[in-house]
Ligand binder design. Structure first.
Ligand SMILES: [Zn+2]
Ligand SMILES: [Zn+2]
Length: 277
């Protein structure tokens, strides 16, 4: 089995074109937004868009990971924001099911000053409210970098939500940049083992593979290109030599950089992986 790896790609013009973009880059996995990423409104599917999407998904066998838009915050104690966020979650889950997408990534969000425990309990409530929309899609909560008021930077936060939510359709997405910023040195096997003991890598169904512009424990979410940040190529080699992570879809959410070919990071990661096996 080869790596499932790819970029976050655009769905501009028609959702199915994401497959063409991903294929051109050599992706075997990809991440997309399925609703407007910067708004609350749903993005309606055009005629035949769904059919084309499903056809290309079957033909290319590219593993699709959907990502929630930026505005929803399921940790919020503001009842209006919370309600809108849960609605957006339901809408995204329903659409994933409609399109045959297995994974939806959602940020754990911000408690907005109401405290970490309140924020985590709000997430648990949001999950129970959206549960009936999950169908065959798994909801993957993404770990955070630990910026102010964020919940989910500590692995204990993830275990807490998993224990309370008691949903078989709940899983996690680990972002390497966020882990690093939150103080987890992912280049060390002992740290990866700690995550395994506290949460379990079997509950992690997707990985965001990003280097970090900021140092270990900075609590800042600044993605860098693979090999250009504090994790570095050697750090990713160590991370990928941990066999519990390489079976998951690996998604690059790195910035574009002048002089760096669009598929360079993907080729680098594939090369590292092949040199390990
Ligand atoms: Zn991410
Ligand atoms: Zn990030």
């Amino acid at each position: 089995m080869g790596l499932k790896i790819g970029y976050h790609v655009s769905i501009a013009k028609s959702m199915d074109l994401a497959f063409d973009r991903a294929e051109a880059l050599g992706c075997t996995a990809m991440q997309i937004f399925i609703t407007n990423p910067r708004g609350w409104a749903d993005r309606r599917l055009a005629n035949d868009e769904k059919e084309r999407f499903i056809e290309k998904q079957e033909r290319t066998r590219i593993e699709v990971v959907a990502h929630m838009p930026y505005l929803p915050n399921i940790a919020s104690s503001n009842s209006i924001i919370f309600k809108k966020s849960v609605n957006a979650l339901k809408e995204n889950l329903a659409k994933c099911n409609d399109l045959g997408i297995r994974y939806l990534v959602a940020h754990m969000g911000s408690h907005m000053g109401h405290g970490r425990k309140k924020g985590l309990d709000n997430i648990v409530e949001a999950i129970s409210m959206a549960e009936q929309y999950m169908g065959s899609t798994k909801l993957l909560l993404e770990n955070e970098s630990g910026h102010i008021n964020a919940v989910g930077a500590d692995i204990d936060d993830l275990s807490y939500v998993y224990g309370k939510a008691d949903s078989k359709k709940l899983g996690f997405c680990m972002d390497t940049c966020h882990l690093y910023a939150a103080g987890y040195d992912i280049t060390r096997r002992s740290v990866l083992d700690t995550i395994d003991r506290k949460l379990g890598w079997d509950k992690v169904h997707a990985i965001h593979l990003n280097d970090s512009k900021k140092p270990l424990g900075s609590r800042l979410d600044r993605h860098d290109n693979i090999g250009y940040g504090h994790i570095g190529i050697d750090g990713f080699r160590k991370f990928l030599s941990y066999d519990k992570v390489t079976s998951k879809p690996l998604i690059l959410e790195t910035p574009s950089r002048q002089g760096l070919a669009d598929d360079k990071e993907l080729r680098d990661i594939k090369r590292i992986y092949e040199s390990l096996s």
